[in-house]
Design a binder for this molecule. Structure first.
Ligand SMILES: *Cc1c(COP(=O)(O)O)cnc(C)c1O
Length: 351
């Protein structure tokens, strides 16, 4: 009974290698649920790729990655004093902190004698970072602290479409140059390979480090399949009562119980049960199952996404199959479409 991520190993590894080649200065990002693969596996894969650096989201993710990846670990979330102590002292020499304000710079210097840091410039994302002026002030302040290892600067751009981020990246680079940070490495994200090539041509002295997660780990969807097991199947007649909520089914069919529930991140979208009377009447006219207040599930049975018979349970889901659908046997598998970054798989099988 499980929700399993199946990986075509040769194809996936081929994609990882091809991405590393197409993206010079690649810094694989391993954060959160490890894009569905788990942080430990991504750390080992980054080591296998032979890149000199990996990035994690928070200080709490450093130890799990640093025990499996031999080189530098960049922490993407800017350093904050209230998270100090999250990292095992054995790893601190390999950790590079992101700094986004003068207060945090001084806070970090209070607790670390010779930290390694990257200065983050604010982008149109408005998440974290220095203004152009703040960056210059930070660079001046750092001259008083020669024991700090300033590794470079960072910009984190929004998820722009092709070409959308290049103009902003160029403007921000001007700010980095003005702060004297133009010659060190600059970490970027959400730029296409062509955009990075264009920046590299304009700034030949700058080394670009490309932080990439989604395009690297999940960029070849054909290499990834998610499957759930059929756990049970029950024939029901119209009007029969089913489920935790004692709801009656609006027509005859089969209740199919499959593995995968809220604990895995399945079905986080709200069922359409609250829809207005008019909306339901419209759906009824179309003959759709959503007329009965059902929500389409991510499970595919007999070629189609089937409806939830009721909201998913913690580790299993109850689906409704109309009478004309071929009912799979117990133990068979069905495919599931999930958001990988929000799914907790029971197992990851790499061929
Ligand atoms: C998450 C993150 C990335 C990677 O984002 P993807 O869209 O998964 O490639 C890069 N940089 C920063 C600062 C991030 O937080």
């Amino acid at each position: 009974m499980s929700l399993v991520l199946h990986v075509d190993g040769d194809r996936w590894r081929g994609h990882l290698r091809a991405t590393a080649q197409a993206r010079p200065g690649l810094v694989p990002v391993a954060k959160g649920n490890g894009y569905g693969f788990g942080l430990a596996r991504l750390a080992r894969k980054a080591a296998w790729l032979g890149v000199p650096q990996i990035a994690v989201g928070t200080p709490y993710e450093v130890d799990e990655v640093a025990t499996r990846f031999p080189d530098d670990v960049l922490v993407l979330t800017p350093w904050r004093s209230f998270d100090d102590g999250a990292i095992d002292a054995a790893h601190t020499a390999r950790v590079i902190h992101t700094i986004s304000s003068l207060e945090d710079l001084s806070g970090l210097l209070d607790v670390h004698a010779n930290p390694r840091i990257v200065l983050e410039r604010m982008t149109s994302m408005k998440r974290h970072g220095f203004t152009a002026r703040g960056l210059r002030d930070a660079a001046v302040e750092l001259k008083k602290h020669p024991h700090v290892r300033l590794e470079g600067a960072s910009i984190h751009l929004p998820l722009g479409g092709p070409g959308a981020n290049l103009a902003e990246a160029e403007t921000l680079l001007t700010d980095l140059v003005a702060a004297g940070l133009g010659n060190g490495p600059v970490w970027v994200s959400h730029l296409s390979a062509a955009e990075v090539a264009s920046l590299a041509a304009s700034y030949p002295d700058t080394q670009f480090r490309q932080r990439i997660g989604t395009e690297l780990w999940l960029g070849d969807p054909g290499a990834l399949t998610v499957r759930a097991h059929v756990l049970d199947a029950h024939r029901v007649e119209r009007g029969e009562v089913i489920g935790y909520r004692g709801r009656s089914v609006s027509r005859g069919g089969t209740i199919l119980v499959v593995s995968g529930g809220t604990a895995h991140g399945i079905g986080l979208e709200a069922p359409t049960g609250e829809a207005s009377v008019r909306a339901r009447a419209r759906a009824l006219a179309r003959g759709g199952l959503d007329a009965a207040g059902l929500a389409r599930s991510p499970f595919t049975v007999d070629g189609k996404h089937r409806y939830f018979a009721e909201p998913p349970h913690m580790q299993a889901s109850m689906l409704f199959l109309p009478s004309d659908v071929a009912v799979p046997d117990i133990g068979e598998v069905v495919e599931v479409r999930v958001r990988h970054t929000a799914t907790a798989f029971d197992r990851v099988d790499i061929s």
